[in-house]
Design a protein around this ligand. Sequence first.
Ligand code: NAP
Ligand code: MG
Length: 464
Amino acid sequence: MSKRYQNFIGGHWVDAKSGQTFENRNPANWSELIGTFPKSGKEDVEVAVRAARVAFEKWRLVPAPRRGDIMRKVGDLMVSRKEELSRLMTREMGKVLAETRGDVQEGIDTAYYAATEGRRLFGHTVPSELENKFAMAIRIPIGVAGIVTPWNFPMAIPTWKIFPALLSGNTVVFKPASDTPATATALVEILTDAGVPEGVVNLVHGGGGDVGMSIVSHPDVDLISFTGSTGVGKRISEVASATLKRVSLELGGKNAQLVMDDAALDLALDGVLWGAFGTTGQRCTATSRLLLHEKIHDHFVEMLVNRVSLLRLGDGLKEGVEIGPCVNEGQRQTVMNVKPDHRIAKEEIFGPVLSVIKVKSLDEGIRILNDTVYGLSSSIYTSNINNAFRAIRDIHAGITYVNAPTIGAEAHLPFGGVKQTGNGHREGGWTVYDFFTEWKTVYIDYSGGLQRAQIDNYPIDNKS
Ligand code: NAP
Ligand code: MG
């Protein structure tokens, strides 16, 4: 059954001003129309930003623990709708049901984490240089947050951004990927049902170049949180710099799993199958390079080819299917022998394609692992603790797993990458609250007189 979806602006469900729409179809069954969505533009963004700006003046005054209570209700509603949301997501973008359930669960975990953060949002108190003076730094909300997200985690990634943004007291203008607007709409319904006041969350559907860019360039949007491709991320960074916005970018990856000759090979095999082919390889943390120590190379490749040929591809809603359809052509091109300097060994493919590279030693493995412009996730399989710690120290990546695959981030830990994977911010856990809050430093002088700070008052001979 197809449905006519709308934008959500200032607490109302509305069409695009242009009246235009776009379609969203099921990639496993192209004849199935999920729904039609408003093809919005600059003028719709304008109204949404205005609504968010007005709502900010009230929302920022709601005590954070009360905002947290709303987040708890959001989590409860997601739990009660989990199966329905998962099925919708599989129909809309193809991942198998087990994985769309995981995607929703990540959102639930993120909601409950946000609920508890409402009772923390810790600042600092520090001693003042002066008598009868109190000093502290507190977190304050920033304003209107523009949220632009990709299609591969249609629920989890928006929740990683929107929940901490709201908990911190910001208001939101949200543009989801054009491939996954239905899941995004369900998320906004849940936020509204949980009691998020009107104007605090605004949803504008439409193309990246139109709606996305209009949000990024809008002078009244204070910060941008973006996950997506490196090319678009760079463009966003340029445009947002014109109004000096705070920008968080989570971009591409070219993640590797290194298997040493002392590794438990069955474990490493399970790891690479899940890391490379889970979500049809369309995770930003997916394993796209497998680095094998030369002593186990041939044997491991044989084990891998045997297992890969047994993977069941198909419609993600069907029982027993392990890999859903992808937006990419190279599905069965699973194992390829490539040289480290081939483009395929360095650039992101975002599909179930795994490059296998032979290495002679730990040092060479780490060197090749690091030889990419990206630095998101990484993995080493070894039973030697010295190898493990050297890898933790020397791998250039935001995430390193030991004896586990490159995928499997937990909601309460920092998530993000180094080099061209991002621009230094982290999502997840406590770290994302650094992005969505501003520090205010507060001095309270209770001496009753003018006290000058130490720099204006230091004894001339530098002796006290
Ligand atoms: P994408 O093409 O960059 O799109 C991401 C979002 O940006 C979509 O909402 C898109 O809208 C929008 N957009 C496109 N062009 C834009 C522009 N000029 N200005 C503003 N917004 C624009 O990426 P994707 O293909 O959807 O997602 C795959 C990429 O995301 C991969 O590179 C993957 O590694 C990365 N990713 C990274 C992480 C991470 O945390 N590091 C996580 C997941 C995915 P439309 O959908 O309307 O085009
Ligand atoms: Mg679709």
